[in-house]
Design a protein around this ligand. Structure first.
Ligand code: ATP
Length: 307
């Protein structure tokens, strides 16, 4: 069957594993990012986000598995692939001695589609002066400049590793969101990693949760949110240890009142809760942050994990 061109992935990782000594940083990772999608990658510190992004950028070669970006291996075709990517790295190294306008002019040489007027408008939005030396910029101003450099080439793919670190809440909430959504509406693709779950929830179309090198969830945000449920449960008497009820993969709470997390159909699980003598007193759609915490906590405390 001919593949739908809209569904053809811009980024694809198939069975990618990566080990650093005893640490399995990526464990059989499969990810597809179709064109025009905003893909948010979330995980705790050391979960493997930067390692995954470095494979997309060809900075790390897949030891096991296959990476393809625009249909090419970024490690063996760096020029073709990187000229189509705007990239903001986690560390955001920039040449300290250059002035902002000199750095922009230097970067322009690498990108045929560099958009000078867009670069200017981003500098204005980010309140950056063209004459300031990079070394004199504050952490937040450097983050803003890093974003300008990633966006001004008007690349087909934008890869942002922790774009929010260093940005103040205003830029994070309003400007970053506006920029990322505009990019997606223009049919370009965004891959970004973040610890800020509320930000990911506002911006991303698809979300992958990575934990200890494994992708434990990878779905469009709406389906992901619709498949998880949280109920508030009241027990007759204080419960000291986390309750265990078949179907619930995580519990948060204390004494008589607990929140139970489960996925799938509600009737079965709630019936089991009631049969255990407890009462379901509220039902709420969990936020992405709550789903993330419940999933990661369940894996880390070795409680029954959802299939
Ligand atoms: P953070 O949110 O803290 O930036 P992350 O999710 O980006 O974390 P990675 O930087 O991908 O995590 O690291 C994943 C694991 O691989 C960690 O245990 C890290 O210590 C290890 N690791 C990453 N790069 C290297 C390296 N070059 N040498 C050795 N270990 C590494």
């Amino acid at each position: 069957m001919a593949s739908d061109p809209i569904e053809r992935p811009v980024v694809e990782l198939e069975g990618v594993s990566r080990r650093f000594g005893a640490t399995l940083a990526l464990d059989n990772v499969n990810v597809r990012v179709p064109e025009g999608v905003v893909f948010g990658l979330v995980g705790t510190n050391g979960a493997g986000k930067t390692t995954l992004i470095k494979h997309v950028m060809g900075q790390l070669r897949a030891v096991r598995g296959k990476v393809s970006v625009f249909g090419l291996d970024p490690a063996t075709h760096p020029t073709e692939v990187l000229s189509r990517i705007g990239y903001l790295s986690e560390t955001g190294e920039l040449p300290e001695w250059m002035r902002v306008h000199e750095l922009l002019r230097f970067m322009r040489g690498f990108y045929p589609a560099w958009d000078e007027s867009y670069a200017d408008s981003l500098l204005t939005t980010f309140e950056l002066s063209r004459d300031t030396k990079v070394g004199e910029l504050s952490k937040g101003q450097r983050a803003r400049l890093g974003l300008t450099l990633a966006l001004a080439p008007r690349p087909r793919l934008i890869v942002l590793d922790e774009p929010s670190s260093g940005l103040d809440p205003l830029v994070r909430r309003d400007i970053l969101r506006a920029i990322i959504r505009t990019i997606a509406e223009e049919g370009r693709t965004v891959v970004f990693s973040s610890h800020l779950l509320d930000e990911v929830e506002r911006v991303a179309d698809r979300v992958a949760i990575i934990d200890r090198g494994s992708i434990i969830q990878n779905d469009d945000l709406t389906s992901l949110k619709a498949s998880f449920h949280r109920v508030v449960v009241r027990f007759d008497a204080p419960v000291r240890d986390r309750p265990t009820i078949d179907g619930c993969f995580n519990w948060q709470g204390s004494e008589r009142q607990w929140s139970a997390y489960y996925r799938g159909a509600s009737q079965d699980v709630e019936e089991k809760i009631r049969r255990s003598g407890a009462e379901v007193i509220d039902r709420q759609a969990p936020t992405l942050a709550e789903i993330f915490l419940a999933l990661v906590d369940s894996r880390h405390s070795d409680i029954e994990s959802p299939a």
